[in-house]
Each structure stands twice: as structure tokens, then as C-alpha cells.
Design a protein around this ligand. Structure first.
Ligand SMILES: O=C(O)CCC(=O)C(=O)O
Length: 272
């Protein structure tokens, strides 16, 4: 099992690496110490209280359309918090995950985007639709990806922890995805149906733990039936080459990008 050394380096075990490779995701315990999470949480909650300005659709609901009243959002989604709060660039989570991304994916990985996903209390519809991340992204030759999902709250089945279908990353083709709420102009979420034989694994994790997943594994999460928030902080690493190609295309993961309002194209054609 991976562990955090006193000097702040996180060492991934051989079993962790094998699980990531085989299943498309891995659970890493104790990525951040409690005091480190406390420090991030202060800024996180400023985003939730909207004390930090976030432009247009980068503040939205991942379980509804762009027209929904923000007070009623089920999954508050803040895209690119490090863009809107530059003081977060180089924070402890970024520094620690950079070491881990290199251990899981090799050299040449960098931050592609970050994201906050907070399920409000008592929101049974705070369901993150089943998807493969590649369905959202332009295709690139180097698809190496390590998407960290840090639990700010203990995440449980009841508050909507991550759930995966292990080894779907090994399937020959990406599954067909479609917008969940109207078209891409009205909402961001894409989803795909479960197939017979899919085995769903819930992955409850503690505050300060993370999961890391790749670009192809099927994942999503259920609603929040509890009285508390389910807050997660996502940080996605991709290869420097991939990020350069994305930016060349004008793709920054902002929901305000020009191409965002178009229906996704080419998804079914991705076969590798
Ligand atoms: O936070 C969730 O429930 C889902 C997050 C997710 O799908 C992702 O980070 O790729």
C-alpha cells in the first residue's frame, strides 16, 4: 500500500501501480495529512460561498442544465479553480500529486485541469452519470492520464462516493456517449448506459485519501442522501504533448471554451 513519508514524498507501491494499470483506477490512502486538507478546505469553501469569482459556465451543476438556479445545484462544479485563484497554483495537493503522477504514468506529465465537485446535502439526484473521461476530450496520440480525486469529506456510498467498473479501460472501443440533459449547449454532462455483465465497485474513501483514474475506465457516482456535503477536489494530469495539442485546438476544459457548445463529435470513432 502507498504511504506518505515524513519528508512529504508519497511512495506508490507495486500493487498500487498494478491496480491502476489493470483496473484503470487505484485508491491511495493518506495522500494528504489532515492539516494539509484543512488548509485547502479554507479556499474550497470560499469557492462554494462564491467569494472567488468564476466566469460563466465554469460555475455550474453537473447534475442539471445550465439554466438551473445555483441555490438548487445538486453537484456544484467549479472548473479550473487554479485559474480563478492563482494562489492555489503550486499548492500542497499539486506538489504531492506531481510526484505520484510520475510514478504511475512516467515522465512528462503536467496538470491539464483542476475542478471542484461538491454534492449538496439531501440531493438524491446528485448523480454523476456513468462515463469514460475520453468521451469528453479530443483524441491525442499520447493518452496517458492520471486524474486525482481527493476527498475533502469522507466519501461514502450514502453521500455519493466514486464508483468504477474495473478494467473497462481495457475494452477495445470507447462506449457511445450522449448528453444527459438536452444537448451540449444546455449542459455539460455526457453519459453512457451500463451493459449486462458490468460489475460496479463503490469506492468509499476517507478525507485526505484519493482515487486516481485513467481516461478510459467507466466511472460515476450516486446521489447524496446525507445531511452533509460530499466535496471532492479533482486534479488531472496528462502528457505535456497532449496538453499542447488540446490548447492548440482551443480546448482548456473551461465550459466557456468556444467548442463546448457543439455536440461532441468523433467519440464513437475512438477505438484504441
Ligand atoms: O465527483 C464525481 O462524482 C465524479 C468525478 C468524475 O467523474 C471525474 O473526476 O472524472
Amino acid at each position: 500500500m502507498g504511504h506518505l513519508n515524513d519528508d512529504g514524498t508519497y511512495v506508490v507501491s507495486d500493487d498500487d501501480r498494478a491496480a491502476f494499470e489493470r483496473d484503470g483506477y487505484v485508491h491511495l490512502t493518506g495522500l494528504l495529512r489532515p492539516d494539509e486538507v484543512d488548509e485547502l478546505e479554507v479556499v474550497y469553501d470560499r469557492f462554494l460561498r462564491r467569494e472567488i469569482d468564476v466566469a460563466g459556465r465554469d460555475y455550474c451543476d453537473m447534475a442539471g442544465d445550465y439554466g438551473r438556479d445555483p441555490s438548487d445545484y445538486s453537484i456544484i462544479n467549479v472548473m479550473l479553480p487554479r485559474r480563478y485563484h492563482p494562489a492555489w497554483q503550486g499548492n500542497i495537493y499539486e506538489r504531492r500529486t506531481a510526484q505520484v503522477a510520475a510514478q504511475l504514468c512516467g515522465d512528462g506529465m503536467d496538470i491539464d485541469y483542476d475542478q471542484l465537485l461538491a454534492k449538496q446535502p439531501h440531493k438524491d439526484d446528485a448523480v454523476f452519470a456513468w462515463h469514460q473521461d475520453m468521451a469528453y476530450w479530443p483524441d491525442t496520440p499520447d493518452r496517458r492520464t492520471a486524474t486525482f480525486w481527493l476527498a475533502i469529506d469522507d466519501s461514502t456510498v450514502d453521500n455519493g462516493c466514486m464508483r468504477f467498473i474495473p478494467a473497462t479501460n481495457a475494452e477495445g472501443a470507447l462506449r457511445p456517449h450522449a448528453p444527459v440533459f438536452g444537448g451540449r449547449g444546455e449542459s455539460h454532462a455526457l453519459g453512457t448506459d451500463l451493459l449486462d455483465g458490468d460489475v460496479v465497485v463503490d469506492v468509499p474513501i476517507a478525507r485526505g485519501d484519493c482515487t486516481v483514474h485513467n481516461e478510459r475506465v467507466m466511472h460515476g457516482s450516486g446521489g447524496n442522501s446525507t445531511a452533509g456535503y460530499r466535496r471532492a477536489y479533482v486534479l488531472a494530469y496528462r502528457s505535456v504533448e497532449t496538453i499542447a495539442i488540446e490548447r492548440e485546438l482551443g480546448f482548456t476544459h473551461s465550459h466557456n471554451d468556444a467548442g463546448e457548445v457543439l455536440d461532441s463529435v468523433g467519440v464513437a470513432e475512438q477505438t484504441r
